[in-house]
Design a protein around this ligand. Structure first.
Ligand SMILES: [Zn+2]
Length: 73
């Protein structure tokens, strides 16, 4: 499942759109401002930004897990 989300660019405050599952695989996502070269990734130096976004992921993921986590197998 892909969860689309966004964070505000720390440089220009434009939104940076990303997908949680791709971010988890190490994909980086660039700022939507074409004049800004900021990108986010798990290995980015902007760990505070990423970890802040990840706190939201965890909340989303916990809610989705609780809905789908009752397999009988
Ligand atoms: Zn930017």
């Amino acid at each position: 499942m892909s969860i689309k989300s966004k964070i505000d660019c720390p440089e220009c405050n434009m939104p940076i759109y990303f997908e949680s599952n791709l971010l988890l695989t190490g994909q980086s996502f660039s700022c939507s401002n074409p004049n800004c070269d900021v990108s986010i990734a798990l290995t980015a130096t902007d760990k505070d930004v990423v970890s802040d976004a990840f706190n939201k992921f965890e909340q989303i993921r916990e809610s989705t897990t609780s809905q789908t986590g009752h397999h009988d197998s």
